[in-house]
Design a protein around this ligand. Structure first.
Ligand code: CUA
Length: 190
């Protein structure tokens, strides 16, 4: 009987200890691999910033360059692109109401004057962060005419909940006709 055999018990224990050690080695190897991956990817991202990073001087934002007030809003560029320039600040967007055409690619360029802000346009995929010192840019298309809310979605201070703008998507013919006469569109009531 093995129960009466002290040699068998010792052998069984040796087998169990060996199995436990194997598992311990496997678990340590997995943890080591994960930590190694974190270190490698972390260093990689730190050494190589995302491509197409554009910077802008926050101190002169209002005075000169692309984001002066008369430049904000929607334009039709000479190359045919629709371009929306906007600024986020505590606690509003400029312009407060943005006009874009339906079914045409629209490129947004935006930045922030103070804290980190962000915006999303209704249920569309227009969604970006606005970081002081950097220009955020993306291109999207709005398939349907209508009006969307554009709230700030990064907590930026006590006025965060009240920070939002509106986006009006209008038909292509109406947009093209208006942009011919106004050159820079917004729907801010003046
Ligand atoms: Cu701006 Cu939240």
């Amino acid at each position: 009987m093995s129960a009466d055999d002290p040699g068998a018990a010792a052998r069984a224990e040796a087998v169990a200890v060996a199995a436990e050690r194997r598992w311990a080695i496997i678990v340590i190897a997995i943890i080591g691999l994960l930590i190694g991956m974190m270190i490698v990817t972390g260093l990689h991202w730190a050494a190589m910033p995302p491509s197409r990073v554009e910077t802008v001087d926050v101190r002169t934002l209002h005075i000169k360059g692309e984001f002066v007030e008369r430049n904000l809003g929607t334009t039709l560029e000479p190359d045919g692109r629709v371009l929306v320039r906007l600024i986020a600040q505590q606690y509003s967007f400029v312009p407060q109401c943005i006009v874009v055409p339906e079914n045409m690619p629209v490129t947004f360029r935006g930045t922030s004057t103070d804290a980190i802000h962000g915006f999303i346009v209704g249920k569309s995929n227009a969604n970006s962060m606005l970081v002081p010192g950097f220009v955020a840019t993306f291109t999207t298309t709005f398939p349907k005419a209508g009006e969307h809310l554009m709230p700030c979605h990064e907590y930026c201070g006590t006025g965060h909940e009240a920070m939002w703008a509106r986006v009006k998507v209008i038909s292509q013919p109406e947009f093209l006709q208006r942009i011919r006469t106004e050159s820079r569109l917004s729907c801010v009531q003046s």
